[in-house]
Design a binder for this molecule. Structure first.
Ligand code: ADP
Ligand code: NI
Length: 227
């Protein structure tokens, strides 16, 4: 099978699988990551386009968040699909490594990518976690998990291990301080960093306004005494 057909078949497979997913890990997320990774690859010499595109399309194929914390579910599902399509071993291997390395694992945990293609896919995935889409996805995920929007009595944490990050059940606002506001500093490519500036500023503005409204500080008569 030529590269174009393999990408097309993979996109069809992933679209079909994720079309009705409502937790922020939907096909539209994957479509955006695919599109952005492809755009970043055009500016990156030596990036293998097939590995970049397959990595983007398959990066969330079986995320640990939805497989009882099983970190190998994604790499395994990716290999099973690519084997069924008779992909070449080095391509399967490269894609599997991207999926194994890509996830955010806690503020105190480094997540270096061992290939340039992996860096592009991780940048694209992280750009989709910030900005207006990032805000929407965070609350979609929080709603899916039944989390409160905010609770000032529960302060954000620095997770020093993937295990502690995985077990986290804090309100969604905490996720901004525990992950989303730090993604800008953890991008690899200059093009992604540039895009992140506006998206980051938007999130900060959102948080300022959210916390103002939380205390009704923008209401003329208020703030009222707490009941
Ligand atoms: P990653 O692999 O880096 O976690 P994903 O592509 O799997 O990224 O996307 C996870 C999405 O779910 C992101 O938009 C992220 O902000 C959101 N998310 C993950 N954990 C939480 C959480 N505890 N609260 C709110 N949103 C979350
Ligand atoms: Ni993703």
């Amino acid at each position: 099978m030529n590269d174009h057909d393999l990408i097309k078949r993979t996109a069809d497979f992933v679209r079909e699988k994720f079309l009705h997913e409502g937790s922020g890990h939907d096909w539209e997320h994957i479509r955006r990551v695919w599109q952005v990774a492809r755009a970043l690859a055009r500016d990156t010499p030596h990036a293998n386009p097939l590995v970049t595109e397959l990595g983007a399309l398959l990066h969330d194929v079986a995320d640990w968040k939805f497989h009882n914390g099983d970190e190998e579910a994604g790499p395994r599902a990716s290999r099973a699909w690519l084997e069924s399509q008779q992909a070449e071993e080095p391509v399967m291997q490269a894609v599997e490594v991207i999926i194994r390395e890509i996830s955010f694992k806690g503020l105190g945990v480094a997540t270096p990518m061992s290939s340039v293609e992996g860096e592009l896919v991780q940048d694209a995935d992280r750009l989709d976690a910030i900005g207006a889409i990032g805000v929407a996805r965070a609350f979609a995920y929080g709603g899916h998990k039944g989390r409160p929007l905010h609770d000032p009595a529960i302060p954000p944490m620095v997770h020093e291990s993937f295990e502690s990050y995985k077990q986290n059940t804090a309100p969604t606002i905490n996720h901004f301080y525990e992950k989303l506001l730090h993604l800008r500093e953890r991008l690899h490519t200059p093009a992604a960093r540039e895009v992140a500036e506006k998206r980051h500023a938007f999130m900060e503005q959102f948080l300022t306004q959210f916390l103002l409204e939380w205390e009704s500080k923008d209401v003329k008569a208020g703030p009222q005494e707490k009941p």
